[in-house]
Design a protein around this ligand. Sequence first.
Ligand code: HAM
Length: 416
Amino acid sequence: MKYRAIKGVRDLLPPEVNLWQEVESLTRRFFASYGYREMRPPVMEFTEVFSRSIGETTDIVEKEMYTFHDRAGRSITLRPEGTAPVVRAYIQNHLYTLPSPQKYYYIGPMFRYERPQKGRLRQFHQIGVEAFGEKDPRMDAEMLDMLRGFLERAGIEGLTFEVNSIGCEVCRPAYREALLGFLGEELGSLCPDCLRRYRVNPLRVLDCKAEGCRSLRERAPRIGEYLCTGCAGHFEALRGHLDALRIPFRVNQAMVRGLDYYRRTIFEVTSEALGSQDAVAAGGRYDRLVEEFGGPPTPALGFAIGMERLVMLIMERRGVKEPVPEVYFVTIGKEAEALSFRLASEMRGRGVWVELDYSGASLRSQLRKADRHGARYAFIIGEEEISAGVVRYKRLSDGEQGEVRIEGIYRFLGVE
Ligand code: HAM
């Protein structure tokens, strides 16, 4: 074979794609009741949109972006995530002039040059939401409530919701000092990347996957002990609201997330059924990002669900049912062919899935093909049926046979 798809990128084929469509239509229906509307930002942006928001010293920006120069020499990046483009679009289109909160969702491909493995791809897909203009912790709880409800309706169980607060500009400096002090004593355990970047961005060490860095996580100072009054109050209120909505959650003080734009609330939803890439969704607040991008001060928050992982969980629970044709026409003779050709067009117009057989093969062979297609009914037409004005049907699941008058086909199929 001459060509293969790029590593870490895959074709989405039927019947799995049916599940994707189901998930997408659930997204549209379910998020609408929380006031979210769809936005479709482009899949590429100027590189700075990502490097300035996700953070120059994060894994995503340092190692994982698909960045290239266009013909005019500008640096362009295929989006590794959706928050930065939505924030850019929010400001560029003056969406802050609309009544707040403004709530948007998006569905689409993201690109990260990561090492491919189960549940980790280089082109993957996210369902993301972003809400602008509300700082109240009830908004954080509402968002987690929406995520919980969505995953429940998608039929997924056994999920763990973890939340944490990583503070803000007020409380981070003191924490940073404490963390730097701690890491300074442990330089021998840091991986080369963290050794290089720990002074610029010590929080990143806590998100590093390398063995040595991970082992420090348990003993490292906890941000929770350094939160300022504002952040501590926000986090406490959020926990109360989550209890009120009966959302089972765990505070994970070691969680920091891999993107720099977060302030205060961060969260992750994991499933043991996914293996090592266990996060099905994640998000948090980014109250400063709109302002940093040149917009008015605007508190904001969001999350993204990994669609491949979500679909994997659904497949594991209930598999995929392949849709089948309702009717497969089996015809003998030119006249029957012409009649079925016309009937099929009418029936399809009414939304019935009909397959025709153009092979001119024997009755037996056409019936075998009807079976292979998994059709519900074979509609058989020959000379006798034409003169009687009927079609003979055979229900392929149990072989039951009979006749229907041509005018009665729609009643027979229940689509009158
Ligand atoms: P993230 O944690 O980088 O956050 O990604 C969110 C989800 O996308 C992950 O939990 C995972 O399910 C999925 N995901 C990430 N990378 C891959 C990959 N290589 N292959 C398959 N699935 C993957 C964000 O992207 C933030 N923009 C979320 C957010 C929105 N925060 C605020 N608003």
